[in-house]
Design a protein around this ligand. Structure first.
Ligand SMILES: [Zn+2]
Ligand SMILES: [Zn+2]
Length: 68
């Protein structure tokens, strides 16, 4: 099951997997392994585990504490 081609979001990097939600083929950068979603859907879906409400004011960047 190898997918080839370019990421549909950045059209620059090579595809690693398809989004479980929209089906787009995305690169490593735009694919979230934990959810199986592309970063686009991740944003729409909230990008956070259940239990947390979307109450933060609009900031320029996500203030994720899950960064490596
Ligand atoms: Zn990409
Ligand atoms: Zn998607």
């Amino acid at each position: 099951m190898s997918v080839t081609g370019l990421c549909e979001l950045c059209t620059t990097n090579e595809v690693v997997d398809g989004c479980d939600r929209c089906g787009r083929l995305v690169c490593e950068t735009h694919y979230d392994e934990q959810t199986g979603l592309c970063t686009d859907c991740l944003k729409e879906a909230g990008g956070r585990p259940a239990g947390e409400e979307d109450v933060q004011p609009d900031g320029p960047d996500g203030v994720d504490t899950y960064q490596f």
